[in-house]
Structures are given as structure tokens and as C-alpha cells.
Design a protein around this ligand. Sequence first.
Ligand code: CA
Length: 228
Amino acid sequence: MQKILIVEDEHDIAELIAFNLRRAGYEVIMAHDGIEGTVMAMRERPALIVLDLMLPGRDGYGVYRELRRDARTASTPVIMLTARAQTEDRIQGLETGADDYLTKPFSPKELMLRIRAILKRGDAPPGASEFTHGPFRFDKNALKFYVGTDSVDLTPTEFKLLLYLCERAGRPQERNHLLRTIWGYSDEAHSRTLDTHMKRLRQKLGAHHGSWIETVRGVGYRVATQAP
Ligand code: CA
């Protein structure tokens, strides 16, 4: 049974999420402030964390930064919860590296879909644990990524996204298709999510290799088949 940590100070929201997660077969642990959430994440090593931004003690960004700095939680997927009024928070949340965000009020069903989509990413088919394209090497079991011999830290979503594009190199992937496949979104309202992730991926690949990812105007993105 996969364990999910909810960090949320509003008890009724936390309980609603917990109820739905348990019904879907997940084990649930809860923390009600930022400090407790950080400690619990490192101790319990959950498969995924649902992290509210507005928290007493230490806010969601603070928690997130602590988690990424610690080897035990550095690659744990995080879904951030933001208030509707804080549109900028969403963008900032994604730029700090969260795998996804949901704006309150959200439907529990939507949250469940997102959680399932993210947790599914870790499943690598046996016997195909490595994939290489140009200078890029993906270790699908360990979720490790290398450019040449250098290890580059990617979040689980960045890893999935880049791998998906590399496995289909040369073929443009439509925005809607990527949003649906990587995040489980059913509409284009989350376009910004995709662009923010792409921007971050290019930055991580650096000046030398970022240009492997090509923007196809009016369509989406494509990874080059050979060195650009
Ligand atoms: Ca809150």
C-alpha cells in the first residue's frame, strides 16, 4: 500500500483528502503545520506529498525547499495546494519544482487523478530500465538522469517529460497531448504548467544541451533527433 502524506492545517480539507485517499486504497498520514510536515516526510518517506502553501510554522515553500535539500525526500513527488487568489503562487510553486498544483477549491476526484498520474510515472517496464538519446541517459528504475557522465537532478515530472519526448525524438508532441499524458489534465487551462516545466528543463540541460528541446509553434514541443 502506498503511503501519502498530507500537510494541511485546515482540518476539514485534510480530512476530506484523507477520506478519498483511503477509499482509493492509499495509506494516509497527516501533518498540520510546516515543521511537523517536514519532520514526518523525512521520517516516514511517503510515496507522495500533498502540500498546502499557507501553513503555520513554516509555509509550503519553506517545507518544499527543506524536502529537496534532504536526500531522503529530494525526489519525492509533491502536489501543492494553493488558494484561488494566489495565481502567482502557482507559477512560483512550479518554478520551485513542484510536480503539480491544485487551486482551492478543488474536487477530490481531480486530486485523485493527479495523484494516480504522478505515482504511475515511477513504474518502469522490467528489462527496459535504460534509455539513451544523444548525450542523454535515463535510468528508469532509479529515476536518474545523466548528460554524458554528469548526473543532472530532475524532478520526477521533468524526468518523465524529457524521457517521453526523447523516446519520440523528431516527432512534435502536441501540448494537449503532453498535458494529458504527463499530468493527467483533461483541458488546456494548465498550459502554463507545461511551459514552466520546459523552461526549467532547458535551464537544467544548460546552454549547451538545452537546444535539444525545440518549440514547435502552434503545436508543442519536440526533441531533436541529432545534436542541434
Ligand atoms: Ca492552509
